[in-house]
Every structure is written in C-alpha cells, then in structure tokens.
Design a binder for this molecule. Structure first.
Ligand code: 5GP
Ligand code: ZN
Length: 219
C-alpha cells in the first residue's frame, strides 16, 4: 500500500537519479522527501532488514543500531548544511572558489567558515510515523514549503511530536511515548523562530513563515 512507498528506495537505490536518492551505502539510503515540509527535506532510511519495519522508538532501543544511525545522521546533517550554504550562503560562489583553490593540502580550520548552517538543520523522527519503513527526517528549520498544506504538517515538525535523534534512547516514562494523549498535532501554532502564537489561524501562520524564511536565509 501507499504506506510502504519508502521500501522501493531501500530495495533498489541504484535505480534513482541523484535528485531523488542523495547517496546510498551498504547500511543506509538518503533520499529527498517527495513532499518536502521545508526548503530542504531529506530522509535517512536504514537498510537493516530486522529494523526497517519497526517503530523508531523500538528500533532505537538497540544501542549499537542507534549509534550507527546517529553517526550517519551527522554525515547527512553536514551534507544538508553544505546544500544550504550553496543555496543561501553569502558570496557562496567566492567561498567555493577559495575552498577549491586551497583543497590541495589546506588546514581547513583556518578557512573562514562563515555561518554554521548545521545549526539550521533538524534531525529526528515522528512519534507516530505515517510511513512504514524506518526513516529519520533531516530538514532545514524553516518549515517553508508549498507542500506544507495542513495544520498537522506544521505541528508534526514543531511540537514534541517531532523527537530529535539526540534525545534517544528515550526514558521509559517520557511523555512523548503518548503523543495522542498529549494532543501535539492539535496544539495552537507557535512560530518556530520568534515564538509568536497564531492560535489555529493556519493562513496567517503560512504568511508569517514566508517572512521568517526570507529573514532566516539572509542572516
Ligand atoms: P512520517 O510522517 O512517516 O514520519 O514521514 C514520512 C515522510 O515520507 C513524509 O514527509 C512524506 O512526505 C514522505 N513520503 C511519503 N511518500 C513518499 C515517497 O513515495 N517518496 C518519498 N521520497 N517521500 C515520501
Ligand atoms: Zn516568527
């Protein structure tokens, strides 16, 4: 069914173009989310057959597996940050030329780093995933996308319904284990950037997200 759609990428990652499959190795496939909820939205799919059908909360109980996933998300976060720098960075062309010119044997620490785009990437899972195959979201913080069309889209990335990968392993009594009871998806909207509250006024929130996006990327 439609909830099994992510399985195809694990089964045959090599059949996709780079605008769909970002990279793949023996253990992971990194893809672009087909309905991105931010200006950059990637998914990390672990290939482990014993884990791919599990709920993330259960899969991440395996400490060794969790470490592997955390390590891979650090790689993907860097890659995503590089993509943001390329898209939005000030004089990014100049920066790239300089880095290319020095790439022979440079001390990279001494290069001017500019903005740390890694801080603008969030990594985590949904407390109640809609897709069956285990996946970790790696996305820019902006929540600015035409595909963000429903209230639950915003709140699923902007409330504790979204569980950062760093928070695993979860404590047994962590309230996020009861996402429905907590009613995260039905909460009033709060801007991710300035904290302004929008009640349930989605259209107003969307307008505001556009303003915040413009300022955020120019920072
Ligand atoms: P979940 O809510 O399960 O954590 O998120 C599943 C994600 O998968 C959503 O962000 C959705 O846009 C994305 N998605 C759903 N179907 C497909 C698909 O067939 N291909 C890709 N690349 N992404 C998909
Ligand atoms: Zn705001």
């Amino acid at each position: 069914g439609v909830r099994d759609g992510l399985g195809a990428y694990i089964a045959k990652p090599e059949t996709y173009t780079p605008d769909v499959v970002v990279y793949h190795n023996d253990d992971f496939v990194a893809i672009h989310d087909m309905f991105p909820k931010s200006s950059l939205h990637l998914l990390l799919l672990p290939c482990d057959q014993t884990k791919t059908r599990m709920h993330p909360f259960d899969a991440f109980e395996d400490a060794e597996f969790l470490e592997k996933v955390k390590t891979e998300t650090r790689t993907l976060r860097k890659l995503a940050a590089g993509e943001l720098r390329r898209k939005y960075g000030k004089d990014s062309a100049q920066e790239q030329t300089r880095q290319a010119a020095l790439s022979a044997d440079p001390p990279p620490d001494e290069l001017p780093q500019g903005r740390d785009w890694e801080q603008d990437i969030v990594v985590g899972v949904h407390a109640v995933p809609s897709m069956n195959h285990l996946h970790v979201h790696v996305l820019s913080v902006d929540r600015y996308s035409e595909r963000l069309k429903h209230r639950k889209h915003y709140n699923s990335f902007s409330t504790p319904f979204f569980v950062p990968i760093e928070d695993f392993p979860l404590a047994e009594d962590d309230v996020r284990r009861n996402p429905t009871k907590e009613g995260y998806l039905k909460r009033d909207f709060t801007c991710w950037r300035c904290g302004r509250e929008f009640g349930n006024r989605f259209a107003e929130l969307k307008q505001h997200l556009e303003q915040e996006f413009k300022e955020w990327k120019k920072l």
